[in-house]
Write a protein that binds this ligand. Structure first.
Ligand code: BYC
Length: 318
């Protein structure tokens, strides 16, 4: 392709972004736009799949049938989100096998939050309330992201996350209004999940490598810090209703800013977790690798069946 032709395509692409039109898989797009989307969307897909593990840990120990049914449905939803997002990523010309390989080799990231353990039942409440709550705030703006398949996937995902957030909050409400031990358990879960939930939004804007470009492409519609602030402002009143305290002595309403001020985030801890040294990184990745290896016979059997069927069709046609 000549330089002039590329310039022309770039101009068409930029004009579409400016008009808030969706970029579709068959449209021309800059290589960097394609790669950035593969990175973010696949990390998102991996997060959904790895995110099943901390909660899956409690399915057999849910305190009632009702809780078990709701948790099972939630964890299944996360699997659905992952598969949906992998399919959307594949429209950018990368195979499912390559995406899995990137996860299993540690090349691709997934959300830092899923490298923390779920020690008590209250952690399931805290994950639904805080982690899904943070995910909704992050993902609602992604419903109007510029890449069509990602935007459309987010609409359904957000509806389901909203149900997840409520089931988590309801668990917390029940515990917070229960015995003193139950309330203490809820407070302990909040203490452990609060700061990692704030880290989910990624590094501060001045440290974020991708935000500026991703905002120009309308992949990201809000910055990491703006979303984090929105999450804090929304969640503090919810904690007040629960009668639980947010583990941040610096948390204070700032009348002038119209937002809560909050204390420093431990970014060393965040980067340690992102680099693979969090409490559960090794366990999470090993579980995924084992699942892939143990599923090999299923993939082989499916492929063998498909080949046999195709052979039979050719024979019948001949
Ligand atoms: N964890 O330049 P930045 C769910 C990395 S699952 C790990 O700001 P970007 C759920 C970042 O990748 C939903 N790594 O990046 C499931 C980059 O490194 P690379 C999870 C992180 O992409 C089950 C570097 O730090 N949500 O809801 O512009 C149960 C610099 O960051 C993290 C999504 O995936 C992190 N937290 O912004 C319950 C949402 N943060 O790639 C719930 C989609 C940053 O250059 N993703 N890094 O090596 C996004 O919105 C954006 O990718 C982020 C980061 C805001 C996360």
């Amino acid at each position: 392709m000549s330089e002039k032709e590329i310039k022309n395509l770039e101009a068409i692409f930029e004009a579409k972004i400016a008009r808030d039109e969706k970029i579709e898989p068959k449209d021309w797009m800059p290589e960097k736009y394609r790669k950035t989307h593969i990175r973010q969307m696949s990390q998102h897909a991996h997060s959904e799949i790895v995110g099943m593990l901390p909660e899956g840990n409690w399915i057999t120990r849910a305190p009632s049938l009702r809780r078990k049914v709701a948790l099972l449905a939630k964890v299944q939803d996360e699997a659905g989100h992952g598969l949906y997002l992998y399919s959307a990523t594949e429209t950018l010309g990368i195979s499912r096998e390559e995406l899995y390989e990137q996860l299993h080799s540690g090349k691709a990231k997934y959300s830092s939050i899923f490298n923390y353990p779920t020690i008590t039942w209250a952690d399931i409440g805290a994950i639904g309330w805080l982690v899904d709550g943070a995910a909704i705030i992050n993902q609602v703006p992604l419903c109007s992201t510029s890449f069509g398949p990602y935007a459309r996937a987010m609409v359904r995902v957000c509806k389901e996350e909203s149900f997840h957030q409520r089931q988590g909050y309801e668990i917390m409400l029940t515990l917070a209004n229960g015995t003193p031990e139950q309330k203490e358990m809820a407070q302990d879960a909040l203490n452990r999940w609060w700061w990692p939930s704030l880290m989910m939004f990624g590094p501060t804007d001045d440290m974020s490598t991708h935000t500026e470009q991703s905002m120009k492409w309308k992949l990201k519609r809000k910055t990491n810090d703006a979303l984090r602030q929105q999450f804090i402002d929304q969640t503090v009143p919810q904690a007040n209703i629960l009668g639980l305290s947010i583990p941040d002595p610096d948390l204070k309403w700032n009348e002038e800013r119209g937002h809560y001020d909050f204390g420093p985030i431990n970014w060393d801890e965040f980067w340690q977790v992102v680099k693979g040294h969090g409490p559960c990184n090794k366990e999470r990745l090993q579980t995924r690798v084992d699942a892939w290896e143990e599923g090999e016979w299923v993939r082989d059997a499916a492929m063998a069946y498909a080949e046999k069927k195709a052979e039979r069709k050719v024979k019948q046609a001949g």
